[in-house]
Design a protein around this ligand. Structure first.
Ligand SMILES: [Mg+2]
Length: 224
């Protein structure tokens, strides 16, 4: 019987596509660079590639920060201090908490029936601040992040740590997240059921590792 729900944060509860574009816009302005809407897509493309490497444990968080804006500026053909822009981007992102549609409604709904734990490849302070800003923090028993565990999703170690922190058996848990490679593959690897929230309208994967799929967060009420 499901008692605990692990929930990813970015692009599941908080709209990372919007938040990252907003933070990038502010960092560019501060550095005298013009920001165009399509730059947000360039950020997502490069950022996704880097976090894919993080998931494979080929890059560390610090290494991502070192190269991310160097690659982005190069791709956009812009010249700027990439270290400074990276730092300022993260400072702005710290306070960006645009919500995904339906996030509040499902947290309200789920929190009445289950214990909720956020599970995120991120830094604790940032995620606590952003969840708090969105008015979501009080729904959670705890927030588990990769920085505190040492490794992130999809590693077994991360999900084992989640179960240990939640004092929960794997059969009694379910993972909700948008990332097939981090949330779904990771949960599958340790035998935790999962719900894939197809936030970015991706194509059906060849290897179906999730138990349920939703296109809107509120569809979760048909499952849990
Ligand atoms: Mg996510």
């Amino acid at each position: 019987m499901i008692k605990t729900v692990f929930i990813d944060i970015d692009n599941t509860l908080l709209d990372f596509n919007k938040n990252s574009a907003l933070a990038m816009n502010l960092a560019f302005q501060k550095n005298g660079l013009e920001f165009k809407e399509e730059y947000g897509k360039t950020f997502i493309k490069i950022n996704d590639r880097l976090w894919d490497a993080f998931e494979r444990q080929e890059l560390t968080r610090a290494e991502i920060y070192e190269v991310r804006y160097k690659l982005i500026l190069k791709e956009l053909g812009l010249i700027g201090d990439h270290d400074k822009i990276e730092r300022e981007y993260r400072e702005f992102l710290f306070n960006c908490a645009e919500k995904v549609d339906g996030a509040e409604e499902i947290l309200e709904y789920l929190s009445k029936k289950y214990r909720l734990f956020a599970a995120s490849n991120a830094i604790k302070e940032t995620q606590l601040n952003r969840l708090n800003k969105a008015g979501f923090l009080h729904y959670f028993d705890d927030v588990v992040v990769s920085a505190q565990v040492g490794v992130g999703k999809p590693s077994k170690q991360f999900f084992d740590a989640c179960l240990e922190i939640a004092k929960c058996k794997k059969e009694d848990a379910i993972m909700l997240g948008d990332s097939l490679s981090a949330d779904i593959k990771g949960a599958y690897g340790v035998g935790i059921k999962s719900i894939w929230y197809n936030h970015n309208a991706k194509l059906e994967p060849i290897e179906k590792l999730y138990d349920y799929k939703i296109d809107k967060l509120t569809e979760i009420k048909n499952i849990l």
